[in-house]
Design a protein around this ligand. Structure first.
Ligand code: AMP
Ligand code: MG
Length: 415
């Protein structure tokens, strides 16, 4: 990455938009490219545009089961044809069809040469070798064009595009088996805190069960980024420095949680300043005020807060777009929509807030945000089932029911 500029920033913290812009500006994506079979490419960013080598399906095909005929215009009821043959998917009719002839055809079969339309089998009567049109037919010829899916040279996926099931399906359907994709950035996660014990272990007075490791590992996995390494270290500068080095040696970015405020056991920022660069510290955000971004051994370093909700939210706001950019894809982050508050809201003004909410729908079908329980940054329960991050303006103290606000959608694209 480029050495991030340590520009001055407001004492109350950097607004999120600006923080995101600074993070992205500091990145220099040059991901290694690997060529993988389609099945391994789900969620990956394709490194080069892929073009169709030939037309797909490549032949005119029947859209329904029935009879192919050569009539250029829709035939009238009472018209008769002589049934001369049969074709099915994978088994073409080998001859040229003539006027007055009909060929039995099944869905997906190539249209015989000379055929102009397919008559649905429900609309005709078979009388021995003769076919009779029993009812009026519309103008639709029920033929799939030879280049319906792709014309030769058509772009199937563009360089930088993230591949979903539909992209992979279309590529398979166009005969593409292998793809050049960007390697996933390797995330090194560092958990710090003297008070932390692992779930399942007994805890002493004042100790808490560690949750950020599990929460973030699962969140990154959900986003398509399995962790490369995870370390847990007490608030001791020598141990933390060794962990910094270990993660920087084997990863493409380092993410820490905890120890990034200004307390006596908060070593992340001073250590980052000593061993790398701090580009900015503190966000103008709730939750997520203690946050450091900088570079460590030329790699992006994200010092996330210790409170679990703040760690998860800042990971989504700042680490996710960075991961996307490091793969050479668009840093799209989360999509936003306008929603209305389902109930009035009172809050402590002063900082912009990302409140966890559920998505509901009013009687008229318009989206509503439903907030339940405490929004404390330590309460992971506020993330359970959350579908929206509601963007509350810094100065708002009371918000009426029905107030329209922006919300980030906590749902991933499917296709
Ligand atoms: P810190 O920023 O280190 O002062 O942490 C802020 C709060 O988050 C403290 O209450 C910590 O106990 C808590 N915390 C820090 N790290 C973790 C973690 N890995 N799991 C759960 N809670 C944590
Ligand atoms: Mg701590």
């Amino acid at each position: 990455m480029a050495e991030p500029k340590a520009e001055p920033f407001p004492a109350e913290g950097l607004p999120l938009q600006e923080a995101r812009a600074r993070v992205l500006a500091a990145l220099r994506p040059h991901p290694p490219i690997e060529t993988l079979p389609l099945a391994a490419c789900l969620g990956r960013v394709v490194a080069q545009s892929v073009l169709a080598s030939e037309a797909v399906p490549g032949f005119r095909a029947a859209i329904l089961d029935g009879y192919a005929v050569a009539d250029a215009m829709p035939p009238k009821p009472g018209r008769r044809w002589r049934v001369v043959g049969h074709c099915a998917a994978g088994t073409p009719y080998p001859q040229l069809m003539g006027e007055g002839e009909a060929v039995r055809i099944l869905t997906g079969a190539p249209l015989p040469e000379g055929a102009a339309r397919v008559l649905a089998q429900e609309q005709v009567e078979v009388q021995g070798a003769s076919l009779l049109l029993a009812e009026a037919v519309g103008p639709e010829p029920w033929i799939r064009a030879a280049d319906e899916e792709a014309a030769p040279g058509q772009v199937l996926v563009e360089a930088g595009q993230r591949l979903g099931p539909a992209d992979l399906g279309r590529l398979a359907g166009c005969g593409v088996a292998m793809l050049p994709v960007a390697a996933r950035p390797r995330i090194g996660l560092l958990i710090t805190g003297d008070e932390l014990v692992s779930a399942g272990a007994d805890r002493g007075p004042g100790e808490i069960w560690e949750s950020n490791g599990t929460l973030l590992e699962a969140l990154f996995a959900r986003l398509g980024y399995p962790l490369a390494q995870r370390l847990q270290v007490a608030d001791q500068p020598e141990r933390l420095a060794a962990a910094f080095d270990q993660l920087a040696a084997g990863c493409d970015l380092v993410v820490s949680t905890g120890g990034v405020s200004a307390g006596d056991s908060d070593w992340i920022r001073p250590l980052l300043a000593e061993r790398g660069t701090v580009a900015f510290w503190k966000l103008f955000l709730r939750p997520g005020r203690p946050f450091a971004f900088g570079s460590l051994a030329g790699l992006p370093f994200f010092g996330l807060p210790g409170n679990p909700v703040a760690a998860a939210i800042t990971a989504l706001q700042l680490v996710l777009p960075a991961l996307q950019a490091l793969e050479g894809g668009d840093a799209v982050g989360l999509r936003r929509l306008r929603v209305r508050l389902a109930a009035p809201l009172r809050r402590r003004p002063g900082r912009p807030e990302l409140a966890r909410a559920r998505l509901a729908f009013a009687d008229d079908g318009l989206p509503l945000a439903l907030l339940e329980g405490s929004q404390a940054s330590s309460r992971i329960g506020s993330l359970q089932g959350a579908e929206l991050l509601l963007e509350l303006p810094a100065e708002a103290a009371t918000l009426e029911a029905g107030t329209e606000l922006w919300a980030q959608l906590l749902l991933l694209p499917l296709f």
